[in-house]
Design a protein around this ligand. Sequence first.
Ligand SMILES: Cc1cc2nc3c(=O)[nH]c(=O)nc-3n(C[C@H](O)[C@H](O)[C@H](O)COP(=O)(O)OP(=O)(O)OC[C@H]3O[C@@H](n4cnc5c(N)ncnc54)[C@H](O)[C@@H]3O)c2cc1C
Length: 438
Amino acid sequence: MNGDATVVGGGLAGLVAATRLAESGADVTLYERRPEVGGRVRTETVDGFTLDRGFQVLFSGYPAVERELGADGLDDLDLRTFAPGATICRPGSRSTLGDPLRDPRAALPSLLNDEVSLSDKLRTLALRYDLANRDADEFFAGPDASIREYLRDWGFAEDYVENFVEPFYGGITLDRTLSTSKHVFEYTFRAMGRGSIGVPAAGMAALPAALADRAREAGVTIETGEDVESVRIAGGGRIPFRSGSADGATVELADGATRETDAVVVAASPPEARRLTGVESVPTEGVPNVTGWYALPAGESFETGDRILLNAASESPNAVVPMSEVAPEYAPDGRALLAATFLGEDALDRPDEDLRDDVRDALDAWFPERDFSGLETLDIHRIRFAQFAQPPGVHADLPDPDDPEGPVALAGDYTEWSSIQGALESGRKAADAAAEYL
Ligand SMILES: Cc1cc2nc3c(=O)[nH]c(=O)nc-3n(C[C@H](O)[C@H](O)[C@H](O)COP(=O)(O)OP(=O)(O)OC[C@H]3O[C@@H](n4cnc5c(N)ncnc54)[C@H](O)[C@@H]3O)c2cc1C
């Protein structure tokens, strides 16, 4: 395939779309407005600690990860994995809920865990079996309901949902009310049965860095610090004012420079994608996330094991993650790093000290034998648009990659579902749609 393609946005979706177009023979330039690629998957270094821009994890069971990076590429990320399940915490008590099928160490404590009844443990296995045997095409299709309704229909007890699912799935969907679409639960629950959850040893930004390496190897020119102002299709129409022609497009940068191109993939974040293309079905309502990063004083270690600590007693913090227990590379030698997640709009406006006090109080209550008075805040990430909102039914109305007028395709998690898997998959489909014009 010959021709020239332009990709707007260097998040996961844009990087995949660019690579695939270049691999098919197109001459591809990608414009990213920030100084670095990665979009919502970024990492920073503070005092020698590795902090992801909002705690997030990679599911090795997402099929698109291996498809885009290859098995070797996935290995090269050196995933540091969490033990399956979680530790359910409340004042004066901690109990392990593992996955006996994947982690024999946890079989006995999980069986004895009295936060969850035996019938709910068996129901969990039945649900897992049911989802494992479904066709991939069946996910995100068909009737929808909230996660809470879905679990009620499966017969799970209210206290299982409150003690475990609310904080655990609150962390995955960034919505502890469990009003997110059951499709997200089904897909991620199945993925957890197929692989592990972890972070690359060098931080989550290793994922877009690997995708960018692949893109450059395929011949993509990546221009960072370039903000795309508009996309016009041939005939002078500026999307959404259609010209009816599909013969090329002009991409205009914020500094006034223009690039004539045969096809465009708009892989910008949802509100920008809607502005640039005028496609009304691009969802623009976001779900926020606040992540606090904390260190213990030098020489103190956390020693809580390699499971996420769920807050069963209160929403703030939703969970505490023993990052350096799981990924020692995230902290300098002799230091311990924790992440704490806070959900909901209110968390965005809370002062740093209030958030730290909540984390310290929770840890003091969960580990009465320990002293967390030296907990130090390294950074707080307040992210207004972490995922797009996914109430029941939303996935049926999301845009298709070829919805824009002219030789323009859409890429982004918002054409699939809000996740790394959704973003990678959308990049592949958008490249196919754009290739029609080359
Ligand atoms: C805190 C947090 C936790 C998360 N947890 C998880 C998790 O555990 N597991 C999971 O699978 N997913 C998680 N996600 C979601 C996942 O990160 C996203 O779904 C995914 O990264 C979206 O990628 P994208 O390429 O679609 O969009 P984006 O990452 O938003 O990329 C869009 C890019 O376009 C650029 N851009 C925008 N406008 C322009 C313009 N005009 N010109 C040029 N460039 C432009 C932006 O700068 C950005 O780089 C989380 C997200 C956050 C923030």
